[in-house]
Design a protein around this ligand. Structure first.
Ligand SMILES: [Zn+2]
Length: 434
């Protein structure tokens, strides 16, 4: 099933010809309308008509999140404000947010790509979509909402929070699709269990989860606890919002990135060199149809790899691997690179361990320390201390073997670790703090 069969199944040659045409148009537009890009291209000694093939993309300068902050709020917009019909912003952990603007055509494209994403995940007209992504400056809520309406499904604009009510609505309204962060879905499952509500009795069939990295093991956990097919979606407000890439329900192996609107590259984050197919590195995206705020070679900081092999679903668009983390989130512990998602994968594979954990990084006597706090099944606490000790040793051993980092595991009782209704907080890094 496709939403836009012609474009979703374009043969590679035609797809690349379309990309080149659109890339050239984008270059002309930003060179003429965005002083930042005119400056950056002049500095790199490139005129828009120097780009003759897709291979020339690698000559273009990168755009960093910092460039967006430096031009706060509207400096990178490529159209006059009267053409902007929507403004979103992503919350910055430091200082000012990153601001993005959409023309009417941008909203139209976003809605279509989100509708395509729903169909790829197995959702169709007639579904009741319970949208628990936050509505507001964050792109998640409205992005999924417009896509659901475009598709013709019934969308319930729940937004985040008020979990008891969420569960009641899902139950009473017969929601068939749930959209939220993966960690919030597990939080809901837990809350439902406390209310004596069984997810097996709800009508949910598909869950579309994104906005934070999650592991394959967490997928299995979610599918079991919520009794649905869990699909990974990817997006970021700088590029558009949700719906940049999504897994197809046929394979659930890699996320199709909509290449008629975005050109993906994987680079070595340290050298900027473009890496070959299959090698993990930082995802860089060039938008080729956006009007409001087109971006050239945007450094997403997300770590993945790309796969151009044909997919059994019939879509010809490349697939990016499930995000293994953000290069920003990467922890360096005694010189070893560690992503929270890697630790999560290990934890999820151990029986009796709950999907709630917190990594506490500190420095003692100039040596990095890692404490892994993890919730375990209630029944374990009534058992002998020996069993708990054996379990924490097992986790420590597996983390050491698989990631090469020594840690201290602290098992805690269920519901000890703070829950989040949005993105889960997985790391507390106390290094560098007084
Ligand atoms: Zn596919």
């Amino acid at each position: 099933m496709f939403y836009n069969e012609e474009f979703e199944t374009l043969p590679r040659q035609a797809l690349e010809a379309l990309q080149l045409k659109r890339l050239k148009q984008t270059l002309e537009r930003v060179y003429a309308n965005v002083p930042f890009y005119k400056g950056a291209l002049d500095k790199a000694g490139i005129r828009p008509d120097d780009v003759k093939g897709l291979d020339d993309l690698k000559k273009l300068p990168f755009t960093y999140k910092q460039d967006m902050r430096d031009s706060y709020p509207y400096g990178l917009f490529a159209v006059p404000m009267e053409d902007i019909v929507r403004i979103h912003a992503s919350s910055g952990t430091t200082g000012k947010p990153t601001v993005v603007g959409y023309t009417r055509k941008d909203i139209d494209t976003w809605s279509e790509l989100m509708a395509r994403s729903f169909v790829a995940s197995g959702v169709h007209k007639g579904d009741i979509i319970h949208n628990a992504y936050g509505y507001g400056l964050f792109t998640g809520g409205l992005g999924a909402h417009y896509g659901a309406e475009r598709l013709g499904a019934s969308v319930i604009p729940m937004s985040g929070g008020n979990t008891k009510k969420q569960i009641m609505i899902m139950q009473d309204f017969g929601s068939t699709v749930l959209t939220c962060t993966p960690s919030y879905s597990l939080f809901m499952a837990e809350a439902a269990r406390e209310e004596g509500i069984n997810f097996q009795e709800l009508s949910l069939r598909v869950g579309i989860f994104g906005a934070e990295p999650w592991s394959e093991a967490m997928r299995i956990e979610i599918e079991e606890k919520l009794n649905l097919c869990a699909i990974d979606i990817y997006g970021l407000s700088e590029i558009m919002g949700p719906g940049v890439a999504i897994e197809c329900c046929e394979e659930k192996r890699g996320l199709h990135i909509w290449e008629d609107h975005f050109i993906p590259e994987i680079i070595n984050p340290d050298t900027g060199e473009v890496l070959p197919e299959g090698e993990p590195g930082e995802l860089v995206i060039t938008t080729i149809t956006k009007e409001g705020i087109p971006l050239l070679r945007y450094r997403t900081r997300d770590i993945t790899s790309i796969n151009y092999e044909p997919c059994s679903c019939g879509r010809t668009h490349a697939r990016i691997a499930r995000m293994s983390g953000r290069s920003d989130d990467m922890l360096i512990i005694r010189g070893v690179n560690v992503f929270p998602s890697q630790i999560e994968s290990i934890l999820m594979g151990i029986e009796g361990v709950e999907p709630h954990y917190l990594l506490i990084v500190d420095r003692k006597d100039n040596l990095d320390t890692l404490e892994v706090q993890v919730e375990v099944d209630e029944s374990l606490f009534s058992d002998e201390v020996k069993i708990l000790q054996a379990l924490s040793s097992l986790i420590e051993k597996q983390i050491k073997e698989m990631l090469g980092v020594t840690c201290k595991v602290r098992l805690v009782e269920p519901r000890t670790i703070a829950r989040s209704e949005g993105k889960a907080k997985r790391v507390i890094d106390n290094r560098g703090k007084a």
